[in-house]
Ligand binder design. Structure first.
Ligand code: HAM
Length: 416
């Protein structure tokens, strides 16, 4: 057996104690915030027909071209592990008929992208996402960004930055493409190899090239909003104004494009200073997706939970500190007392107490150590003598004080 027999696949992780405590807390806090905005949960399958993702995210996107786990099932159908949650949620909405046309849905679950693993980039990661179906309304987009900000704040994140931009309307696409190609033509030869290719395939993606040399060349390029019609610019201004009036600190980033094809109008990204190179905590935007001849418009976002956890831990949060200790630990001396304690634990738990005990009949010292390790504030001790007298000893772990109480009144005594 080699060490790798115990490891999950590269880029994938087990989630266990103590980190899982933080995940559980994030999820519970998120549910509170989401319910205050009137969202319902949806759980779609992690495996879908490949076409669900290709038609939504776009054939030419990096996610579809390079990152999907795609394979044939036993029936020869092409299926893929979901790389994100929007496509499946919209498929679900279309399957549900007109009732869901103004749906406000959220999801929390694993996503899969076969990227090169590095710090902050996993092959299985988790997203909390929301999708709000409905026509283009600046207020709906601003509400979505407000919700996202409220979630991050509820989790205790403060040092995040929200950057907003627009992809314009579909009718702006040709003018934006031509305008950008025209503006970049004089410097084409000085762009990196990827960007020279993008000039022919995806000129917008040149805007978010990470190469310093390309970034410097882009300084001379007019903002793409100048190639868009009035409607797209007015819409973006409305979103920014609503955010400002709501006290949400969002910044216009004229370089932001986002890597998925379904977007139109508002797009945004949230970054965090604690995260290093992979600093995107979340991304979202307004989109139009066509499913089986139907066009569905909506707005949504997804937050990367691993990155939220990383940012919180980086700021000093210790997941182990979230452990909820037992309220009482039962210590038994002798077989008869152990059986009585077993029954007592059952009775106390059915009254709602968090109770721990050692079932293996170890020494008093070992049992007290276990109580201490578990962090129980009270210990109930019962031996042969206590059984005969019908009493139990309650010991406070904080000051060592002991009290003998009748066994029948134990729950009341513990409460006191
Ligand atoms: P996305 O920007 O591709 O958007 O992903 C959203 C977030 O998921 C990222 O900001 C990041 O925190 C996290 N994430 C993405 N890839 C990885 C990875 N390999 N490892 C760890 N975390 C990762 C979407 O997925 C869109 N569906 C968002 C959306 C919803 N737009 C509209 N509705």
């Amino acid at each position: 057996m080699s060490a790798s027999d115990f490891q999950p696949l590269q880029g994938m992780s087990d989630l266990g104690f103590p980190e899982i405590l933080l995940w559980q807390r994030l999820e519970a806090q998120a549910r509170d915030v989401l319910s205050s905005y009137g969202f319902q949960e949806v759980r779609t399958p992690v495996l879908e027909r490949t076409s669900v993702f290709v038609r939504s995210l776009g054939e030419g996107t990096d996610v579809v071209q390079k990152e999907m786990y795609t394979f044939e099932d036993r029936g020869g159908r092409s299926v893929s592990l979901r790389p994100e949650g929007t496509a499946g949620t919209i498929r679900h909405i279309c399957a549900g008929g007109p009732d869901l046309q103004d749906a406000r849905l959220f999801y929390f679950g694993p996503m899969f992208r076969c990227e090169r693993p590095q710090a902050g980039r996993k092959r299985q990661f988790h997203q909390l996402g929301v999708e709000v179906v409905g026509p283009a309304l600046a207020m709906a987009d601003a509400e979505c960004i407000a919700l996202q900000t409220d979630l991050l704040k509820a989790w205790g994140l403060v040092d995040f930055r929200v950057e907003v931009h627009t992809r314009g309307l579909p009718e702006d696409a040709v003018a934006v493409r031509d305008g950008l190609i025209g503006a970049l033509a004089p410097v084409r030869d000085r762009l990196c190899e990827d960007c020279r290719r993008r000039m022919d395939t995806h000129p917008l993606r040149i805007l978010d090239c990470k190469q310093e040399s390309c970034r410097a060349l882009l300084d001379g390029v007019p903002p793409i909003t100048s190639f868009m019609g009035e409607a797209a610019r007015t819409y973006l201004d409305q979103v920014l104004r609503l955010l400002e009036r709501s006290g949400i600190p969002a910044r216009l980033n004229p370089r932001l494009v986002r890597g998925l094809d379904y977007y139109l109008h508002t797009i945004w990204e949230v970054t965090h200073t604690a995260l290093g190179a992979q600093d995107a905590l979340a991304g979202g935007g307004r989109y139009r997706i066509s499913v089986g001849g139907r066009e569905v418009e909506g707005v949504g976002f997804a937050i990367g939970i691993e990155r939220v956890v990383a940012a919180l831990v980086q700021r000093g949060l210790d997941p182990a500190s979230l452990r909820v200790p037992p309220q009482v630990w039962l210590v038994a001396l002798g077989d008869a007392a152990r059986e009585e304690c077993f029954l007592l634990a059952h009775a106390l738990r059915s009254e709602g107490w968090r109770v721990g005990m050692d079932l293996a009949g170890r020494s008093m010292k070992a049992q007290m150590r276990a109580a201490h390790r578990a962090g129980a504030p009270l210990v109930v001790i019962r031996g042969e003598t206590e059984l005969q007298e019908g009493v139990a000893v309650i010991k406070s772990m904080a000051d060592g004080r002991e009290r003998r109480v009748p066994a029948s009144g134990l729950a009341a005594a513990l409460r006191a």
